[in-house]
Design a protein around this ligand. Structure first.
Ligand SMILES: Cc1ncc(COP(=O)(O)O)c(C=O)c1O
Length: 393
């Protein structure tokens, strides 16, 4: 589906729908009058197949206790296998109400208070929160900028793992906010190091369907034909891909039976929620019939990214738009064109944009903003012009 058709069919006004991004902006930005390009959800309706499946289920009228149907597992495992070659066995799967909820649960299961947990920064800020709020020690390896992209620094990772006796590594793949889709070689290096150092591994793969560059996505589960599977938990959800975050259904994939047993014991003790039938109906429908819709969404993201990059390159070449291999989040360095100390004030008060500021993702994000591209081309045009107008280009 081309960009115009997708936008015409699915773009929807979200004002007054209790959307965090639009109606809840004032909590963070002090006003609801900015153009919101922050929270990572989209302005697009879910695929028709999802809405139809939900309508059918809603019309049934009885919403009692429910189990995950066989057909859910089948559609999800097929999606994973056919699109990415990832083998997932249904007995590995558990369910949560969200990836961040599962991250926090796993930090509690896999580590003790005071244990060191490592991440690569800049990264999605709830990674830091779940480590700090659960009173674990945050250990950071900075991603190394390389041109308009980033690399992992395996030597630094190894040194910090050893110095801090790191117990758990949380990786974001594809990486929010820097837009990397990690190569097999990079993941293999990291996974081999973690196994050698006896560091458990969590792979947050929530963005794995949002591949917009040339590099194909590979799950950590598939590296070396699953050699590192026993050392990891993989987290994902249909929510980011199909804009279903409000339905609170996510996957916790645990190939190692001993880790699974610990997970089951812990979640039973908490009587932890494991998603709900509405989220599962939506997810199954999306995996079964949402592929064409997803192609349309990816076209919109690519087109918005290209516009933003080319327009800035042309009118404000010192603003640097980083490469986007995956996610719908553009990582933009404005430090050469807007004084980093004044960035928040200028972007909010002068450009009237609600974006995520780079420092939320770690100190190295100073001077950067993260722009959510999963919106209409008109919004990206407005935002780009508003940024350019505030720079000293
Ligand atoms: C890397 C990453 N993990 C998790 C989430 C949130 O997932 P959930 O809403 O399922 O907690 C996001 C949302 O932006 C994300 O970017």
């Amino acid at each position: 589906m081309n960009v115009d058709e997708f936008v015409k069919r699915y773009a929807t006004d979200r004002h007054n729908t209790d959307s965090v991004k639009w109606d809840g902006m004032d909590e963070l930005f002090g006003t609801n009058d900015l153009l919101p390009l922050w929270v990572a959800d989209t302005e697009f309706k879910a695929p028709e197949v999802v809405i139809e499946a939900l309508e059918k289920r809603i019309q049934h009228g009885v919403y009692g206790y429910s189990k995950t149907p066989d057909s859910y597992y089948e559609s999800y495992c097929k999606w994973q296998k056919e699109r990415y070659g990832t083998d997932i066995q249904r007995e590995w799967m558990r369910f949560g109400t969200g990836v961040v909820q599962s991250l926090s649960t796993l930090v509690n299961i896999l580590t003790q208070p005071g244990d060191a947990v490592m991440i690569l920064q800049p990264v999605y800020y709830p990674f830091m929160n779940v480590i700090n709020q659960n009173e674990r020690q945050l250990v950071v390896s900075e991603l190394k900028p390389k041109g308009t992209s980033y690399e992992m620094d395996l030597d630094d990772i190894k040194q910090k793992i050893e110095e801090n006796h790191v117990k758990l590594f949380i990786n974001c793949s594809p990486h929010n906010p820097v837009g990397r889709v990690w190569s097999s070689a990079e993941l293999e290096g990291l996974l081999a190091l973690c196994r050698q150092e006896k560091v458990l591994f969590i792979s947050d793969e929530i963005h794995h369907d949002l591949i917009v560059g040339e590099r194909p996505f590979i799950s950590a589960l598939s590296i070396k034909d699953g050699l590192y599977r026993d050392n990891m938990v993989m987290l994902d959800s249909a929510s980011k891909t199909f804009n279903l975050a409000g339905l609170q259904n996510s996957h916790v994939t645990i190939p190692n039976p001993q880790v699974r047993e610990r997970y089951d014991l812990y979640t039973a003790r908490l009587a932890a929620p494991a998603g709900n039938i509405i989220g599962k109906v939506a997810g199954e429908a999306a995996y079964s019939g949402g592929a064409e819709w997803l192609e349309g969404l990816l076209n919109v993201i690519r087109s918005n990214y290209t516009y933003l990059k080319e327009e800035l390159q042309h009118k404000c070449p010192q603003a640097v738009v980083y490469d986007l291999e995956g996610t719908y989040l553009a990582w933009v360095d404005l430090s050469a064109v807007i004084e980093p100390e004044h960035l928040e004030y200028i972007i909010k008060k002068k450009a009237h944009l609600a974006v995520d500021f780079g420092t939320m993702f770690g100190a190295a994000g100073k001077g950067f903003i993260r722009i959510n591209l999963a919106t209409t081309p008109a919004n990206i045009k407005t935002a780009t012009a508003a940024i350019i107008a505030q720079t000293n280009c």
